[in-house]
Design a protein around this ligand. Structure first.
Ligand code: RIB
Ligand code: CA
Length: 327
């Protein structure tokens, strides 16, 4: 008997690794993507939205899911960006690439976002799929926090959240203490984790191990198709960043692992622990504080999240390339 597809919303700030996660989701029969919602993060909101639409066009889907724009800034902090890794356009500077005839290789998308505000769409879809909707978050958690404020009963409707975010027994990537998505909007991250919606946190502990090597990507994208070209073009800038910074010939693809967990939770090993996000610290703002102590801590330390601590990097890379490339 065919297993039922998992209804999901993808909240995202594309972003190169977001792009791979979106492609993975949209090429996986296990998932039914009900909507894509965009949030300020790696680049500004309008660019994130344009990138999401561009990815849908490159995939050439007969019925692409709606794309709804959300927050253009964190709940109460200044917006940041990570153009150094993702390029000024958020997709590895592909917007400036030209083909042999001098035409733009990746012109602006013809698709348009819906007029619906992302937090409202999240609430509408949750009501339409009571206890049957998974939200996969790949950027700062601002839209989800706004949806919770808009509809305080949301935890009664949403089945689960799978989040790329945090660092639990590993250092941060934006500061020694904090990972980018939680550092951008610590207040939103804390509000979502404290909401009581079952949440799986896929942080740097596992995403810094499960990476995409340049050799594997080139090997898997030899066939000259538009998608394979996009995968090579969009990851080149990030791969140069990691090569210069760490001497690694490849790149981290944090969001792709979170999406893989939404497909099949067995891709990571998790531990249920109590997590809170620091919102006051000068040095520790955005830090995800997980109580990993091996003894019970009473009510205050009641586990509220499943934190991913183990991953098989080879299984990850094989599955990812199998799904997102044209062989
Ligand atoms: O820290 C990694 C996360 O921040 C990823 O989601 C990446 O796309 C950026 O948003
Ligand atoms: Ca992201």
């Amino acid at each position: 008997m065919a297993t039922q597809r998992k209804h999901i919303i993808i909240d995202t700030d594309p972003g190169v690794d977001d792009a791979l996660a979106l492609i993975l989701a949209l090429r996986s029969d296990e998932l039914q993507v009900e909507a894509i919602t965009t949030v300020n993060g790696n680049v500004c909101l309008s660019q994130c939205t344009e990138n999401a639409l561009r990815i849908l066009e490159i995939l050439g889907l007969p019925e692409p899911p709606p794309v709804a724009q959300g927050a253009d800034r964190p709940l109460c902090r200044e917006p940041l960006s990570s153009a150094s890794i993702h390029g000024r356009d958020g997709l590895g500077e592909i917007s400036i690439l030209k083909d042999r005839s001098g035409k733009k290789k990746y012109p602006s998308p013809r698709l348009h976002p819906t007029a619906k505000y992302a937090p409202e769409l999240i609430c509408d879809l949750a009501a339409r799929h009571p206890r049957g909707l998974t939200i996969v978050t790949l950027g700062p958690l601002t839209n989800i926090a706004l949806a919770l404020t808009l509809e305080p009963a949301l935890p009664r409707y949403v089945k689960e959240i799978v989040t790329m975010g945090g660092a639990y027994s590993a250092p941060g990537n934006v500061t020694p203490a904090a990972e980018f998505n939680f550092f951008c909007d610590p207040e939103a991250a804390q509000q979502v984790i404290a909401s009581g919606i079952p949440i799986t946190l896929v942080g740097l502990d596992v995403t810094r191990i499960a990476r995409l090597s340049r050799h594997s990507l080139l090997n898997a994208t030899k066939k000259r198709t538009r998608l394979n070209q996009f995968l090579q073009n969009a990851t080149a800038h990030a791969m140069s960043f990691y090569c210069e910074r760490e001497g690694y010939h490849g790149c981290s693809v944090h969001d792709a692992l979170a999406m893989m967990v939404a497909i099949d939770s067995s891709f990571v090993g998790t531990k249920r622990v109590h997590v809170e996000v620091e919102t006051e610290g000068k040095l520790t703002a955005g830090m995800s504080v997980a109580d990993l102590r091996p003894y019970s801590r009473g009510k205050a330390g009641k586990p509220n999240a499943a934190v991913a601590l183990y991953v098989d990097p080879s299984r990850f890379e094989h599955f990812l390339l199998d799904r997102i490339t044209d062989r």
